[in-house]
Ligand binder design. Structure first.
Ligand code: DGL
Length: 262
């Protein structure tokens, strides 16, 4: 059981930012990654559609005998993880916007959250913000249009920069000192965000915390891989293989990227 893979899914290439954190903390684990780019963006879909897509991805990872599933998508986590945990018999790790650390560290008591419409509309997001942001003003912004641009590999383009400038302006006007990235696609925008944001504004995402939580849960369930076999990393996309490969170009470990219709 313990040499089975960790399964990871996202609406597309965004969750590779989480895969990188997991792989760096847990290099001894095999992984299977699903990029459901054909159905991106999840953030503009209804809660029911997001749930059905999350079920489809989970069932494929279970068919591939994954021992644990990381929902590497804030939108899928906030809309589907409680159902998935009740329905399936493997541990699930989710990702939510890192409001808690930002709220604890903010001096200006104003924190910006950039996330998808689906995440910001979810009840899980609302209960997390209410629990952790007491006395803090949260300035929410839907990142509509950003995921499709990133899915096309458009990061340092004028269109992406202009959209980010428009979305960040209201938060900057309010005097935020922390920007929470509430979507796993957005860490790829950090170089552009740094060009736009004043130097005193800190950017936070949840990738490292998810990797630490994955390690803790593997240990808790005695699922850590202690075998001597060669490690493998299988990536499946139901869209463009080359774009997914370009986001993994810096990785030279045993990676295989394939097209799969799922
Ligand atoms: N990576 C997904 C997230 O973390 C993007 C959602 C989308 O496809 O809109 O929310």
């Amino acid at each position: 059981m313990s040499n089975r893979s960790i399964g990871i899914f996202d609406s597309g290439i965004g969750g590779t930012s989480i895969w990188k954190e997991i792989h760096s903390l847990l290099p001894e684990e095999n992984t299977i990654y699903l990029a459901d780019s054909k159905n991106a963006p999840y953030g503009e879909k209804t809660a029911e559609q997001i749930l059905q897509l999350s079920i489809k991805n989970t069932e494929l990872l279970l068919k591939k005998e994954c021992k644990l599933i990381v929902v590497a998508c804030n939108t899928a986590t906030t809309n589907a993880i409680s159902f998935l945990r009740k329905e399936y018999d493997v541990p699930f790790i989710g990702i939510e916007p890192a409001i808690k650390p930002a709220a604890l560290q903010s001096q200006s008591k104003r924190v910006g959250v950039l996330a998808t419409k689906g995440t910001l509309a979810s009840s899980l997001f609302h209960s997390t913000s209410e629990n952790h942001a007491y006395g803090i003003q949260i300035i929410e912004q839907e990142g509509t249009g950003l995921v499709p641009l990133i899915e096309q590999g458009e990061i340092q383009t004028n269109t992406t920069k202009a959209l980010l400038q428009k979305y960040l302006k209201p938060m900057l006007d309010e005097g935020i000192d922390y920007l929470v990235l509430g979507c796993t696609h957005y860490p790829y925008l950090i170089p552009v965000l740094k060009e736009i944001l004043p130097a005193n504004i800190k950017i936070i995402d949840s990738g490292e915390a998810v990797a630490r939580q994955t390690k803790a849960i593997l240990e808790q369930y005695d699922l850590s891989d202690t075998s001597n076999q060669k490690r493998e990393h299988q990536f499946y996309t139901n869209s463009d293989v080359e774009i997914l490969a370009s986001f993994l170009a810096s990785e030279n470990n045993n990676i295989d990227i394939e097209y799969l219709d799922f």
